[in-house]
Design a protein around this ligand. Structure first.
Ligand code: SF4
Ligand code: ZN
Length: 299
């Protein structure tokens, strides 16, 4: 764009960027996603799920740079050093920029940490963790009166999840895989993913080029995570055919997704234990909590 020295090549856009133009390009991708999907406006009260990783911190930086006022919430998962270090990085980021970061400790709030939940249930660590994150963040956003819960899922996350849902033909999940999930008036606020046009490698580059310090260590419980394996496979395809990942995801969102939308509205009721919306009597999170705490007492 300017003939300055390029620092990164983005093959699917057939472009090399210098530092300022790359940062501008990423911000523009996010801005365009917010506009295209009508995600939120400047008056909405927003809360971002912050993990201390590159995606959530880069997104926080981009959204505040675009003039949005966004609070953060860090969920302490109790995964040893990894959680402590991620918390420190998140707090340092918020402190330097004068942003509000709430910290919720899974153990203090619900009586268990992710390693215990994974050991006590039949779930993999990432499945127990994903359920706990979805539940806690939805609950915090709803109870504290936010209009929008913002999540830092990137292009690779969404393409790999789509790939997984297609491989298993999980039609119910395919019907719900959308960058905006509307508020349902039953305790769930609007949930949005403004980073889906930006690949994982690009959020890392954005963070590094912006001087953002983020957690670079991989979570010790990630071993065997199938989504990470699907990401590797999709990256191999991307190497051969730049743009295939974005085509897969955005082709689905434009042409495939409407075919999977449920014609019948799934009725939600309140969990008999915690009061949060669920399809059954007791929600999946409360069942996970019960099994984990029972196992803890048995020991
Ligand atoms: Fe949770 Fe799995 Fe991510 Fe670790 S890798 S933070 S266990 S989802
Ligand atoms: Zn519940």
């Amino acid at each position: 764009m300017c003939r300055g020295k390029a620092v990164i090549a983005v093959r699917r856009h057939n472009a090399n960027f210098c530092r300022p133009h790359f940062l501008e390009h990423v911000r523009r991708q996010v801005e365009r996603t917010i506009e295209d999907y009508k995600m939120f406006g400047v008056d909405d009260r927003m809360i971002l799920g912050v993990s201390g990783g590159k995606d959530s911190l880069a997104l926080w930086d981009i959204l505040t740079g675009l003039g949005y006022r966004v609070d953060g919430v860090y969920l302490h998962l109790g995964i040893g050093e990894y959680s402590s270090e991620s918390l420190n990085l998140s707090q340092a980021f918020a402190h330097v920029r004068g942003l509000n970061l709430d910290v919720v400790d899974l153990t203090a709030e619900y009586g268990f940490a992710i390693p215990q939940a994974a050991a006590a249930s039949r779930r993999t660590p990432c499945s127990a963790c994903g359920l706990s994150k979805r539940y806690s963040l939805n609950r915090i956003a709803g109870e504290r009166g936010y209009d929008v819960l913002v999540m830092g899922h990137n292009l690779d996350d969404e393409a790999a999840t789509l790939f997984s849902n297609v491989l298993g033909w999980n039609v119910e999940y395919l019907g719900r895989q959308h960058p905006v999930l509307p508020a349902n008036g039953e305790g769930l606020c609007r949930k949005v993913k403004p980073l889906i046009r930006v690949a994982e490698r690009e959020t890392a580059a954005y963070a590094i080029l912006s001087g953002i310090e983020y957690e670079v260590e991989e979570c010790p419980m990630a071993t065997g995570n199938t989504i990470n394996r699907y990401k590797e496979w999709l990256n191999r395809l991307e190497e051969q055919s730049p743009g295939i990942k974005a085509n897969f995801l955005f082709g689905f969102l434009e042409r495939g997704s409407p075919l999977f939308e449920m014609s019948d509205h799934i009725a939600l009721r309140n969990c008999s234990n915690c009061g949060q919306p669920t399809t059954g009597d007791v929600c999946a999170f409360c069942r996970l909590q019960q099994v984990t705490i029972t196992r803890k007492h048995e020991r």
